[in-house]
Design a protein around this ligand. Structure first.
Ligand code: GLU
Length: 433
């Protein structure tokens, strides 16, 4: 085979991770099996729901700024469309793999069912290093990816949204590309768009706000109020950054924040607005004058009441779960805890607000965005936030109610609730043959 020039395209990550604990698809499958067993879900239904309904792999040729052609690999997986169109984000990262996208797609199915919105679950990803690509290269990758998956997405089919390293600009490019192919503007094909293109008020903060709402519900069980609650957050972006800002405004004491390049700590509470300004000016949260620098790994074992992992998967493992001191774990990221760590958290009696509930605020407001786009009638921010609160609180109650009823932990309860709802939809529809 002729050799090719050095590439900026990362090697595709091996699907079967050498350490099965770190393979998100394994974690997703374990949790599915556990919940299916408790529900005594019939065999055929297990087979239907255990696998994604559709998996698409595309190899996307793109002209780089220097004129070279590169080929990037992308995926779109639809885990289930039983309750409505597939719904879920698209991420750009070097370690994207098909197994990861599969797990994330399945989690979207369960998440949408937990908050009872009429969507199935999907997810997409492109293997790339966004920090090495220019804005125009990212635009060409996004547009060509959209064209490749174009016939599988749409307001009634599959509705993408932002995820790791994608944002409202990415969504605007997808919306425009899709609309050019349809020959008319179709705003409801994606959510998380800019406001001027049919985005929803409240969407950027929705995931962080949802984390705050469920944390407040959990606090009631511990007799704590925001003012005497110390919070540590891993991640200072879409989810962690927004949660930090909203929670500090609501009176919580945010004592530590970690990012990929370091972490900061102040036991009296960090001034989040100032920290954001510091990061904006220096490019890092480190060396903030009002805090001490700590090792980023320390965030998990720090003395606090609430820990919010809001960055990526597999950060809480069997190796470090024992060191967590928080009473409440609010999973802002998707899949931050491995299956093997669950029993350690249970032994330590940590109150876990599982990802498919804790971070469901984002997709809930995505649902509101999709509804508003389809109606062509837009809500004010107060209405968005009120409706979000209503859904998050009642979902929290449903999950904790299921936990009590079935004597299981909150994560298993959330899975049981979700599987039950999806299975009911499938039974009602029947199998088309
Ligand atoms: N990427 C977000 C999530 O994992 C949002 C998905 C959406 O709004 O469709 O929940």
């Amino acid at each position: 085979m002729p050799s090719v020039s050095p590439s900026i395209v990362p090697e595709a990550a091996a699907d079967a991770s050498t350490d099965p604990e770190l393979n998100p698809w394994e974690s997703a499958a374990h949790r599915f099996d556990e919940a299916a067993e408790i529900l005594q879900l019939e065999d055929g239904m297990r087979k239907v729901l255990r696998q994604p309904a559709m998996e698409l792999t595309v190899h996307i040729p793109v002209v780089l700024d220097d004129g070279r052609i590169e080929v990037f690999t992308g995926y779109r997986v639809q885990h289930s469309i039983a309750r409505g169109p597939a719904k879920g984000g698209i991420r750009f990262a070097r370690d994207v793999s098909l197994d990861e996208v599969r797990a994330l797609a399945a989690w979207m199915t369960w998440k949408c069912a937990v908050v009872n919105i009429p969507f199935g679950g999907g997810k997409g990803g492109i293997i790339c290093e966004p920090e090495l690509l220019s804005e125009s290269e990212l635009e060409r990758i996004t547009r060509r990816y959209t064209a490749e998956i174009g016939e599988f997405i749409g307001p009634e089919r599959d509705v993408p949204a932002p995820d790791v390293n994608t944002n409202e600009q990415t969504m605007a490019w997808i919306m425009d590309t899709y609309s050019m192919h349809q020959r008319h503007t179709v705003t409801a094909v994606v959510t998380g768009k800019p406001l001027e293109l049919g985005g929803s008020l409240g969407r950027p903060e929705a995931t962080g706000r949802g984390c705050m709402i469920v944390t407040k519900e959990a606090l009631k069980r511990f007799g704590l109020s925001p003012e005497n609650t110390r919070v540590a957050i891993q991640g200072f972006g879409n989810v962690g950054g927004k949660a930090a800002r909203l929670m500090s405004r609501a009176g919580f004491k945010i004592v530590a924040i970690a990012e990929y390049d370091g972490a900061v700590y102040n036991r009296h509470g960090l001034d989040i607005a100032k920290l954001a300004e510091h990061r904006h000016e220096t490019g890092s949260i480190r060396q903030f004058s009002e805090a001490e620098d700590i090792d980023k790994a320390e965030i998990l074992s720090i003395d606090c009441d609430v820990l919010i992992p809001a960055a990526h998967e597999n950060v809480i493992t069997s190796g470090n779960a024992g060191q967590i001191k928080a009473k409440i774990l609010c999973e802002g990221a998707n899949g931050p805890t491995t299956f093997q760590a669950d029993s350690i958290l249970a032994e330590k009696k940590i109150f876990v607000i599982p990802d498919i509930l804790a971070n469901a605020g984002g997709v809930t407001v995505s649902y509101f965005e999709w509804v508003q786009d389809r109606q062509g009638y837009f809500w004010n921010e107060k209405l968005v936030n009120e409706r979000l609160e209503e859904i998050m609180v009642s979902s929290f109650e449903s999950v904790t109610g299921y936990a009590e009823k079935h004597s299981v932990n909150n994560r298993t309860a959330a899975y049981i609730l979700a599987l039950d709802r999806v299975a009911l939809a499938i039974r009602r529809r029947g199998l088309y043959a």
